[in-house]
Design a protein around this ligand. Structure first.
Ligand code: GDP
Ligand code: CA
Length: 318
């Protein structure tokens, strides 16, 4: 079975662990969000790709959900001693090595997709991880700051401002001119099933779908497309997805997120059991829907979620 997953960071990575356990023999291609990428200290940092790579490769800081396990922060402290920031973005010493290797390879002319493959040769995530594009795409958020509207980098909005200022728009800058990375459209065309994990619908899955050709390829693949809601009981399980949903005019409910993707894209949608009341509404919109436990509390729970998604895909196919 060939499975394609459009993934952001923590939500996507944790789901992928369950998917691998549910279908150990599956051939899984992960199309990773690169709209969160940021240049810091002259280095190219790809938070979502690294979260997937570290999580599946056994290097993740489990409790935090991002960054490396057993991390130290000597480089960050030394930079701070020079007065060099930003101090709000946590880069540990082990993590720095990944960004140094990546930046060095990019500087030598390798595209990000080839660099990601090289980094994965060490981590062996057990999936094929491809960035959505080799071209630079950077998510910016139009915010209200000190009485004026200005665009800030997504990481500044998310990490420094903790999504606590009003946001009016979310723009994947550069997306309209970006090309899908080599292998992205091919993997979609050859997939037996396409999954949207409980990743952020706006700044993770939404950004991947903004790369021209990706949305069309998924709609034309002619295979079941099934998603899992990141919203449970009206709020994100973790993080601040409600804030970016509001910025694009979408209510923070499992049903509204399904409608946002739309029946033209989505064939099946899983909501949590607490949102069982939303099943009818989602089905009325032409999307097959089931209510199952959607908390990724541990690997077993996550594996069951992945099985439910694949079962729903089979129902759609039949
Ligand atoms: P990020 O790039 O690190 O923000 O990660 P993603 O975009 O992949 O996923 C973030 C989303 O995962 C958030 O909107 C959360 O609501 C969702 N999420 C996190 N943990 C869980 C969980 O256990 N269950 C569900 N259904 N969603 C979750
Ligand atoms: Ca992210």
């Amino acid at each position: 079975m060939r499975i394609v997953v459009l993934a952001g960071g923590i939500g996507g990575a944790r789901f992928l662990r369950g998917l691998k356990a549910a279908e150990p023999a599956a051939d899984i291609t992960v199309i990773g969000n690169t709209g969160d990428d940021i240049h810091l200290f002259g280095l190219k940092v790809c938070p979502d790709l690294d979260t997937v790579m570290y999580t599946l490769g056994g290097g993740i800081h489990e409790e935090q959900g991002w960054g490396r396990a057993d991390e130290t922060f000597a480089v960050k402290e030394e930079l701070a001693a020079y007065g060099v920031g930003p101090e709000w973005f946590g880069l540990g010493d082990r993590d720095f090595a990944t960004h140094i290797v990546r930046t060095q390879m990019l500087g030598a002319g390798y595209p990000l997709s080839a660099v990601t493959e090289a980094l994965c040769a060490r981590w062996k995530p057990g999936v094929r991880l491809i960035p959505m594009s080799d071209d630079r795409v950077e998510t910016h958020v139009l915010v209200e700051l000190d009485g004026t509207r200005k665009a800030v980098h997504f990481q500044e909005y998310w990490v420094r401002l903790r999504a606590s200022v009003p946001a009016h728009a979310v723009v994947p800058v550069g997306a309209e001119g970006a090309k899908p990375a080599p292998g992205v459209l091919e993997a979609i065309a050859e997939a037996d099933v396409i999954l949207f994990p409980p990743s952020n619908p706006v700044v993770s899955v939404g950004t991947i779908l903004a790369v021209p050709g990706v949305r069309e390829a998924i709609a034309e693949a002619g295979v079941p497309v099934v998603g899992l809601s990141p919203i449970i009981g009206g709020s994100p399980v973790r993080g601040m997805a409600d804030k970016v949903l509001a910025a694009v005019g979408v209510e923070s409910t499992a049903a509204a997120v399904a409608a946002h993707y739309g029946s033209g894209l989505l064939d099946g949608w899983l909501v949590d059991t607490v949102d069982a009341g939303a099943v009818e509404e989602v089905e009325a919109a032409g999307i097959r829907c089931r209510a199952v436990p959607l908390l990724m509390a541990d690997l077993d729970a996550t594996t069951r979620m992945a099985r439910e998604a694949l079962t729903l895909a089979e129902e759609v196919r039949a």
